[in-house]
Design a protein around this ligand. Structure first.
Ligand code: AMP
Ligand code: ZN
Length: 108
């Protein structure tokens, strides 16, 4: 599949990875909008949030939990952060493999 994030999962394209397990990978955004800007993605290819099913509920919950755990690890849990899913054109989605943005380290 010609998907940039699947290529990162398959290590065909490099990324600075902060967390990885069987279900999820989290890496630095190449064009950060904040001192901390990570993308948390499922290893399962899901194009948009609209394509997630009941079967994906636990996986998406795990993405959100991973974001808060990484925020803690990176020292921004107390100062605060934003978590964002962009969906489709009006949502500003550019890469069609769902990803949760974790942004922090400054007032957003
Ligand atoms: P979105 O607009 O929600 O689809 O966000 C896509 C994000 O992926 C943007 O913030 C990009 O900077 C980021 N991005 C694009 N290519 C790469 C890459 N090769 N490695 C890491 N992040 C990337
Ligand atoms: Zn993909």
């Amino acid at each position: 599949m010609d998907c940039l994030f699947c290529k990162i999962i398959n290590k065909e394209i490099p990324a600075t990875i902060h967390f990885e397990d069987d279900d999820i990978i989290a890496f630095e955004d190449i064009n950060p909008n904040a001192p901390v800007h990570l993308l948390i993605i499922p290893k399962k290819h899901i194009s948009t949030l609209n394509d997630a099913t009941d079967e994906d509920t636990l996986l998406i919950g795990k993405m959100v939990r991973t974001a808060s755990q990484l925020a803690e690890k990176l020292g921004i849990a107390q100062s605060g952060y934003k978590t964002i899913f962009n969906c489709n054109k009006d949502g500003g989605q550019v890469i069609y493999h769902i990803h949760l943005h974790l942004l922090g380290g400054k007032k957003l």
